[in-house]
Design a protein around this ligand. Structure first.
Ligand SMILES: Cc1cc2nc3c(=O)[nH]c(=O)nc-3n(C[C@H](O)[C@H](O)[C@H](O)COP(=O)(O)O)c2cc1C
Length: 200
């Protein structure tokens, strides 16, 4: 059997911020940004360790414990990152490559299904099972997109700790988004600011 190289799906050495899709035992789909941690020493395949750190309290963690499956969606829409962090995505945004199995996102450029087994504490080991590359867009680094992701990380920390330093960091990144972002990045930060007002 051919070994799956997660690099073919955009998951390289280091931490790849993907949107993870899962489903509950009863079949409810879920999506949330999650970092896939890959340590293969280099960009080549070989001795590969892939895992996720899933903190208590998320649907993602609960679903993975119930079903043992998670899909990593490689996706470049910043608005979907904002929506999936704080809201439930519209059920219409999911697709089911295996009928009732783990969902993937219709807008994903690639998706990769992993089996997922708790190793210790918050760490879960991942084993790639199968995936599909749907589009291969050539995407340059956009500081606005990166700033949306950074803002979201600060927003989730603000939600946990209510420390105003995170609001300041979001303001800093919002300025970068205004200068460097495209329409979707600007829509994403507007949505995030609305969410932050509700959280404050
Ligand atoms: C860029 C980014 C990366 C994240 N990575 C992780 C992660 O690796 N593990 C985790 O437990 N939460 C992570 N989070 C936080 C979850 O996405 C967040 O708690 C989310 O609300 C969980 O949603 P759920 O309850 O639908 O699973 C991350 C958030 C962002 C914005």
């Amino acid at each position: 059997m051919t070994r799956i190289n997660p690099g073919d799906f955009g998951i390289l050495n280091g931490i790849s911020e993907v949107i993870a899709t899962t489903r509950s035992e009863s079949g409810v789909p879920n999506a949330a940004p999650i970092g896939i941690i890959r340590n293969n020493g280099s960009h080549s395949s070989g001795d590969d360790q892939i895992c996720v750190r899933l903190f208590s309290g998320s649907h993602t963690r609960q679903n993975v414990i119930e079903t043992g499956e998670i899909v990593a969606n490689t996706i470049h829409d910043p608005v979907i990152y904002v929506e999936s962090t704080f809201d439930d995505l519209d059920p219409d945004m999911f697709k089911y490559p295996d009928n009732k199995g783990c969902p993937a996102l219709k807008h994903a450029d690639a998706w990769l299904l992993f089996t997922c087994k708790q190793s210790k504490g918050n760490l879960f080991d991942l084993t790639p099972v199968k995936g599909v590359v749907c589009n291969t867009p050539m995407i340059c680094v956009n500081r606005g997109f990166n700033a949306v992701i950074e803002s979201l990380v600060h927003a989730t920390r603000y939600q946990l700790k209510q420390d105003p330093k995170y609001l300041e960091l979001i303001r800093h990144h919002a300025q970068i988004i205004q200068v460097c972002g495209g329409t979707r990045e600007k829509t994403a930060i507007i949505k995030l600011k609305e969410i932050m007002e509700e959280l404050s």
